[in-house]
Every structure is written in C-alpha cells, then in structure tokens.
Design a protein around this ligand. Structure first.
Ligand code: ACO
Length: 411
C-alpha cells in the first residue's frame, strides 16, 4: 500500500505562499508567526528555489535555497545556501524531508552553477544521510571580562558608534574585503544588508537594539563589531552583558582595537560572542587565554553536489596529484575515480580508470572541502581509506588551508 505521504505534491513556491510559509516555518521552530518575518523574508526570498509539500490546501513541508557565494580555499564560489527546512509536526517522520531533500539536491545539480551546498543544521542527526559532512566548527565564547584584556597602546585610528542601518554600505565594504581571507564566509548580495540591519523587537530577546562600532583611520574604515547590551545587577555590583552579534576586520590593528573596546565597556562583566572561529586571533592577544575557554560545536555542513567541478574550483595549500575514489548514493555521476591535480593557483579534476590512492564517501569529501576537517582525522575515524602509503599525508596537507573555515551567521 502506498504511504499517503508519497501522494503529496512537492512543488516550488510562489509569492502567494509566503504567509502560510512563514506560519509553517515559525511553528516548526517553536515560534508564533511574526509580522516582521513578512517584512524581512521578501528581501531575500527566492520562491523558485524553495520547495513546498502540499496536503490539500495546507503547506506541510518546505526547504529553500539562497543564491549566495561562499569563500572556499582560494576565493569565492557560488554555493547553494540551504535554509529554513521545516516539516509540520502533524506530518513528521513519514519521509517528507527525504522527499524534499531529494528534490532540492537534484534541482541544485540540474541548475549546474553551484558545485556545493551548505547549511547550518538544527540537529546533528539529520543531514549526514543526504551526503552532508561537518566542514567548519563554531566556538561560543563567553568571556568574563574582569579576567582578561587586550593590552596595547592606543592605535592611530579611532572608534565611532553608528546605527547599522545607516552605515550598511561601510559594513558591506568591510565585510567584502575581510571575507576573502576566510573559507566559509557567505556573501550578502542584493538586499541582504537591508535584511541584516532590520532590528525588530523579537530579535532583541531582552537586550538593547543592535548597534555598530566601527574602527577607522585616515585611510578609511577597517573593522566593525555589531553588538547588543543589557544591564543587570548582582546585589550592588554591575553584571552587565554584551552580545557580539558579528565582528569582522581587515587588519590586526582594527581587530585588536575592537576587542580592546569590547572587553572594557563599563558595567559589562560578560561578553558573549556566539560565532567564534576555531583559530580566533584573540586567543593569542588576550592576557589570560584561560578566560577564553569555550565550547565548540558543528558550524557549516557541506554537501559536494558536483565532485569534479567542486574539486577543480578550490585551491590547494600544497601541490596535489591524487586519484580519489568517491561513493555517492544519491548522484551516480559523482561516484567513481577522479584524478585531481592542483596547487595554490589552479586545479583540474578528471575521470580516470587508474588505481585509487584514497577512497571516501561524498560525505567525507564535504567535511574536508573547506580545509577545516583533516583527511587524516577522517581516516582515523574509518571514513577515508589509503591505498598507497604516503598519499593520505600529502592529500591532508594539500586539502588544509591557512585560515580555519568559519561561518559568521547561521542562515
Ligand atoms: C538547514 C535547516 O533549516 S536545519 C532546520 C531543520 N528543521 C527543524 O529542526 C525544525 C523542526 N523539525 C522539523 O521540521 C522536522 O522534524 C525535520 C525537517 C527535521 C525532519 O522532517 P521529517 O519529515 O520528520 O523527516 P523524515 O521523516 O523525512 O526523516 C528522514 C530521516 O531523517 C531522520 N530524522 C528526521 N529528523 C531527525 C532529527 N531531528 N534527528 C535525527 N534524525 C532525524 C528520520 O528518522 C529518517 O531516518 P531514516 O531515513 O533512517 O528513516
């Protein structure tokens, strides 16, 4: 007997679906549908890239893609940003997500412009089965500011307070220049900055409006921090909190000046920075690194959608000449042997019948793609097999990168 879930229509969205879509996504993420989502979403909404499952006159499942570049080792690359995945609680665990993911990944592949897809997962058990691997790690800093500081003299530049929406061009310029150094950072095309700088009450969660601190010198602006604050008292002592919602800098001076500022705001005792990088330079700048001890969790998950295109598009930290044997249960065209040759300037990847040096599933390739998960550690976990001695070590070095991948926003 056919499960009724197989009878549901899965189609792409229209603008008319928006109100019901907002209700579906809000409920799935345990919220009430909020007016401001109806204002924010249309700024970045791509109906033709969002799948919905329909039961009668109801939307019961959905997953979308945002068309954005992401920096990968070597530079920016079109990347399908998978977002706002939801299945109605009335229809859960009957295979609806599986149907939607299948449609979505095939649509990305048919489009032919995005060699990889990326997402932030709400739970760790969902996306591995679709070929996604954890490609970056996120560190959640909670810094007791009385225990550490960033020493140094007053830099030549200065800091100024601004309303983010009023200086979005400056923020966008710093963001664009800073992100090229760092795999994992997403571009903000079109009306993204308009959406990012909306500051509805519901985003504040009891804290202040978001404000910007910009570092500039005579050559222009080189860094910014976006933050919220909240004052509370412990008996007669201040116990204020600052939440750094985003921070990017194009040089060390700006980065140090911003952290020096953040760690010395009067009445603030704790600075939280929920999107921290694994290789955050602050650890080497602060006087007490123990104050920066912090939990780490998965950040970006990457799915390689087109193996030869993805491997030829990124660059490699050292010369590489290797035959990879890939398995991929969803895309047979990805499976097989690929001869990858590359270095810091160029790369090629062609089908071959040669004996493989390494074999791995596409999920492991996604994990290693941004340079943040080592092939050697995947091999130690039994997820990469080496067929010729020495090839694993060489490939591990080449797949690494000078900065750890980092995503500064959970899209
Ligand atoms: C990129 C993002 O947006 S991440 C956000 C994801 N959305 C949410 O967390 C919102 C709340 N949750 C939901 O909307 C739904 O429960 C979803 C979308 C996570 C899952 O939808 P469902 O239709 O129930 O999933 P479906 O029935 O297709 O399950 C497919 C497989 O994934 C597994 N699975 C589904 N959800 C989870 C989960 N949260 N944790 C672990 N495994 C899961 C199922 O057990 C099933 O496994 P199987 O193939 O071995 O049988």
């Amino acid at each position: 007997m056919t499960d009724p879930i197989d009878e549901l229509t899965v189609r792409t969205c229209t603008d008319d679906d928006l109100p019901e879509l907002v209700a579906l996504i809000s409920r799935a993420f345990l919220n009430d549908p909020r007016e401001e989502l109806l204002e924010a979403l249309p700024k970045v909404f791509e109906p033709d890239r969002r799948h919905v499952a329909v039961d009668g006159d109801r939307l019961v499942g959905s997953a979308g893609v945002l068309t954005r570049d992401m920096t990968v080792p070597g530079g920016p690359m079109p990347t399908a940003h998978v977002t706002a995945v939801a299945v109605a609680t009335t229809h859960r665990r009957r295979g609806l997500l599986r149907r939607i993911m299948n449609e979505q990944l095939h649509a990305i592949r048919e489009r032919g412009t995005e060699p990889i897809a990326a997402l932030w997962a709400s739970e760790g058990g969902i996306y591995g089965r679709y070929g996604y691997g954890v490609a970056s790690w996120n560190v959640e800093y909670e810094i007791p500011v009385l225990e550490t500081e960033v020493p140094g003299t007053t830099p030549p530049g200065r800091l100024r307070h601004e309303q983010p929406a009023e200086i979005s061009k400056t923020l966008a310029d710093i963001h664009d220049r800073a992100r090229h150094e760092r795999p994992g950072v997403s571009a903000r095309p079109g009306r993204w900055w308009e959406m990012r700088t909306l500051d509805p009450e519901s985003r504040r969660r009891g804290m202040s409006a978001e404000r910007a601190v910009v570092y500039e010198d005579e050559d222009g602006a080189h860094g910014y921090a976006l933050l919220r604050t909240k004052l509370q008292w412990n008996m007669n002592s201040p116990g204020g909190e600052a939440l750094v919602t985003e921070m990017l800098a194009t040089n060390t001076e700006a980065y140090a000046a911003l952290w020096r500022y953040l760690l010395s705001i009067d009445l603030v005792r704790t600075v939280r920075c929920p999107f921290g990088a694994v290789d955050e330079p602050l650890r080497h700048m602060a006087t007490n690194v123990h104050a920066l001890t912090a939990p780490m969790g998965p950040g970006l998950w990457v799915r390689v959608v087109d193996v030869p295109a993805a491997l030829a598009r990124r660059r490699y930290a050292a010369p590489i000449d290797v035959v990879l044997e890939i398995t991929d249960a969803m895309f047979p065209d990805n499976a097989g042997r690929w001869h990858l040759r590359g270095d810091a300037d160029s790369a090629t990847c062609e089908a071959t019948t040669a004996e493989p040096d390494l074999s791995l599933d596409v999920r492991g390739l996604g994990a290693a793609y941004l340079g943040g998960t080592s092939l050697q550690s995947l091999a130690a976990a039994g997820l990469v097999t080496e067929h010729r001695p020495g090839r694993l070590a060489a490939a591990t070095t080449a797949f690494g990168w000078r900065r750890a991948p980092w995503s500064h926003e959970a899209f």
